[in-house]
Design a protein around this ligand. Sequence first.
Ligand SMILES: Nc1ncnc2c1ncn2[C@@H]1O[C@H](COP(=O)(O)OP(=O)(O)OP(=O)(O)O)[C@@H](O)[C@H]1O
Ligand SMILES: Nc1nc2c(ncn2[C@@H]2O[C@H](COP(=O)(O)O)[C@@H](O)[C@H]2O)c(=O)[nH]1
Length: 396
Amino acid sequence: MGHDLRRLCPDHGAFYEAPEFRVESVALESKDCLQNAIDIGDKTYVISRSDDPKSSITIKILDKLTRTWVVPTVLGAPPNPTSSHSVVLVNNEKILIIEKGVPLKDSIWFLEVDTPFVKQQSKIKGTVVVAWSKGVIGEGQKPVVISGPSGVGKGTLIAKLMKEYPSKFGFSVSHTTRAPREKEIDGVHYHFTERSKIEEEISEGKFLEFAHVHGNVYGTSIEAVESVTDEGKRCILDIDVQGARSVRASSLEAIFIFVCPPSFEELEKRLRARGTETEEQIQKRLRNARAELDQSNSPGLFDHLLVNDDLEACYENLKKLLSLYDDHEDSNDSFIKDGKETACYSILSKTNSEILLQSETNEAEKGTTNLLSLDLSSLSGGAPGRTRGLKISPVN
Ligand SMILES: Nc1ncnc2c1ncn2[C@@H]1O[C@H](COP(=O)(O)OP(=O)(O)OP(=O)(O)O)[C@@H](O)[C@H]1O
Ligand SMILES: Nc1nc2c(ncn2[C@@H]2O[C@H](COP(=O)(O)O)[C@@H](O)[C@H]2O)c(=O)[nH]1
């Protein structure tokens, strides 16, 4: 099939008519750019990269009915620049991209073009939206959301957990517009930021959730959660009830724990004894605490309630709860998970839920396999976070 690149690529000049694609993905190479075109209904998604190793992927959409090009709003972090990739359409709603020349575990990406998240974001923004999501082999461990009124002891419990299991748990460092307290370190306890900056980043889709809490904006960036998960640690989020609700409604599967005080009087005592807030701020936090305690029983919101009366007893209960959710690794995937060697696989064939990848290098020499099966039947999550549940296995 002959494709006139000048017709397709807006960078190459004028176009006269929409190209007709009869296959799902067409790779088009010119001297200075690699492009793939994927047809979905009336639209052709053109994924391009130049051969400058520092430049990243660009996306353009051709509306075949109106014969016009649309440059979409692209949400999420794209793959790091590489020289080439291989693409295929999955379920008419996302494009799978296999990056070449990076470790296999970092090579699997999805460009969501018609998922519920993308549709919702398009409505909010009033523009055409596409979104990147990195593919993750296996499920990873579910993040843990810890909520509860200010002063109940969430931070104290989390600090104990981090101290005892530094390589198992990682803290999601939130952004906040509130001023730092005396011993708080930027980037460790919070990312301290300006209201205009966080609002801009929220509108760019960089946040998993955000809320106005006690007169300030607080939010969890997607990066805050995913950087912990990428290190192979279980992510702990310390967020208010509004934030917990937003995460519940998102594509991130997590465990939700609400920490209660033994009494309201004890909560007030702890908040005052901490000595970090003015009287006015204490009053505001106590008012909000009543509302948060009321919501702790909202159906389907929290999986567990923990009472923090005696600190050591509560900490032991928290540890017991978390061990309930100790995930076991899928041994089938382990040969790939930790590999640092770069891989060069291209897409060989596709069925509804399985994709065959073929190595472009001689894997037999390295003692690995030339053919891999990528099983997409149990995908979970997706933009704005990672797409989990990929299974990968050698084909004998
Ligand atoms: N079980 C407990 N008994 C007595 N004091 C406690 C207990 N747990 C925590 N504290 C103390 O209560 C105060 C508030 O705890 P912490 O700062 O951990 O609360 P928090 O829930 O993280 O609050 P915020 O939401 O405002 O960040 C601290 O001074 C802490 O040492
Ligand atoms: N929705 C979110 N709430 C958050 C986040 N980070 C912290 N919090 C909650 O704010 C209050 C106050 O915290 P403080 O440090 O000022 O005492 C507390 O309930 C936290 O759980 C966030 O990213 N999102």
